[in-house]
Unconditional design. Structure first.
Length: 489
């Protein structure tokens, strides 16, 4: 592709006529990926400035560098723009031929529920005969092909490249987890969203955003990115109106809003019944009621299903066909996942790593418990410290006994993290076992028939991040491989 076509959406601070006819074979902001014919975009981050690598990129074969700081070397082939982060998104869209315009793109944001909802959308679409894609926390997925991922919401180039591959695979709908970090850093600029979902907003990522107000503002950017014109595509915001931030969010988009909730909403759930095999509830929409049954467990999963049904309406799917798909939906890995074990107790693995998420799964555990609840939980290192005592108090409130342990301690002392969790607590129904494997084994040792063991925080993750290394660690594996000293049954 000619450089002038790659730059067609960019605002240039200086003309670059002599470069316009150059052929561009790849685009990248990473000098390690530069090859002959690349266009290198220099991004200034929090800890590293890509502008310092401009000469290196040119030496490796880059045709030119896109910069927001005029180089000291006037002979360097450069393109000067006001903001290289914005230029990155504009260049990615142009290079991959605006691929999101050829897809139905669903963006899901909120503190909790993003992964589950994107997977529910995927399963509903597949059930109705559509090809779907996922971009998110666990992996990226193009139809049935699973690809690894690093970030919940990747950079602009990666996202547009994935959309292009989805176009080539004839994918109809792409469900994208949209993180607050991704929104604040402009990774979703240029995406033609068709449906935007807001799940909820509770304490998380305050180490990055600084306050709940800033966190909310970051989330709200998704809804402004739905656009401001009514011609062309019909777009929809699907919002949880039971959440106080959801009621504010609906005012920040010019697009039509469909609300959902268990207290009120256009899509409303009531008469919720929960047991260890699933959930039943009554769905009311447009004056009609429908009794639904799902394999998913818990009221929080009812909210997730309502969001997915709302998305399906926005995508134009037949409503009754969508409802018929609900009983076929399978639980998502690491989300209230029941793991078979030799102790034959209800052992549950869940990704809950925020106060609200932990409270939701423990409330659900209480609803299905017949005896005791043991909760294994920790807090991540180098992350928001203010939620640590909150997480501990929730575990102590709902569990018969909490076992506090490590959860990706990173560069922090694991013992100090746990001490901050229990600081000031008047409760004493807890044990401390910093070795996560031993903590899970201890909970299973203590549990008896009819008890529940909830292992929270890591869910689908298969690693533990310490100061020195990242090691393989899988909560589900530890549970399934557990062998009691005295065999049960």
């Amino acid at each position: 592709m000619k450089l002038n076509n790659v730059l067609k959406y960019c605002f240039l601070l200086e003309p670059a006529d002599k470069l316009y006819d150059k052929d561009i074979t790849t685009i990248t902001q990473d000098t390690r990926q530069v090859t002959e014919g690349s266009l290198f975009i220099a991004i200034e981050g929090a800890t590293f400035d890509g502008h310092t690598m401009s000469h290196s990129a040119l030496e490796k074969g880059a045709v030119a560098v896109v910069v927001e700081k005029r180089p000291s070397d006037p002979t360097m082939p450069y393109i000067l723009v006001p903001d290289t982060k914005k230029a990155l998104a504009e260049i990615a869209n142009a290079f991959y031929d605006n691929p999101s315009e050829q897809l139905k793109v669903v963006g899901v944001t909120g503190t909790n529920g993003k992964t589950t909802i994107t997977h529910l959308i995927d399963q509903i679409a597949n059930h109705l005969g559509h090809k779907a894609g996922i971009i998110g926390t666990m992996y990226n997925k193009i139809d049935q092909k699973v690809l690894p991922t690093i970030n919940t919401t990747p950079d602009s180039i990666t996202i547009q490249k994935l959309f292009k591959k989805m176009n080539q695979a004839k994918v109809d709908v792409a469900a994208l987890e949209v993180s607050s970090h991704g929104l604040a850093q402009g990774r979703t600029w240029g995406i033609d969203f068709d449906v935007a979902v807001f799940t909820n907003l509770t304490q998380d990522h305050l180490d990055f955003h600084g306050s709940m107000e800033e966190y909310f503002l970051a989330k709200s950017l998704l809804f402004s990115q739905l656009g401001n014109t009514f011609a062309g595509k019909h777009k929809l915001a699907v919002i949880n109106c039971d959440d106080p931030y959801g009621r504010k969010m609906g005012q920040l988009t010019s697009m039509n809003v469909l609300t959902y909730g268990c207290g009120e909403g256009d899509l409303q759930a009531s008469n919720i019944g929960i047991d260890s095999t699933g959930t039943v509830f009554t769905l009311t929409f447009q004056g009609k009621s429908y009794k639904l049954q799902t394999q998913l467990i818990g009221e929080f999963n009812v909210y997730n299903l309502l969001a997915a049904i709302g998305v399906s309406i926005g995508l134009g799917y037949n409503f009754r066909d969508v409802l018929e798909a609900i009983p076929t939906i399978r639980p998502v890995m690491g989300r209230f996942q029941l793991v078979p074990n030799a102790k034959k107790v209800a052992a549950i693995v869940d990704y809950a790593h925020t106060p609200d998420g932990l409270e939701n799964v423990l409330e659900t555990a209480q609803e299905i418990a017949t005896k005791k609840i043991y909760c294994v939980v920790g807090c991540g290192g180098d992350r928001d410290k203010t939620k640590r005592p909150v997480m501990a108090e929730i575990a102590l409130k709902y569990a018969t006994k909490a076992i506090f342990t490590t959860d990706n301690p990173r560069k922090e002392d694991p013992r100090k993290i746990v001490e901050e969790m229990i600081a000031g607590s008047r409760q004493d129904n807890y044990l401390i076992e910093l070795d996560r494997q031993k903590a899970i084994q201890l909970a299973l040792d203590l549990a008896e028939e009819g008890d529940i063991v909830l292992v929270a925080g890591k869910g689908h993750e298969t690693y533990q991040i310490t100061a020195d290394e990242t090691i393989h660690f899988d909560d589900s594996e530890v549970i399934s491989e557990y062998r009691p000293e005295v065999e049960v049954g």
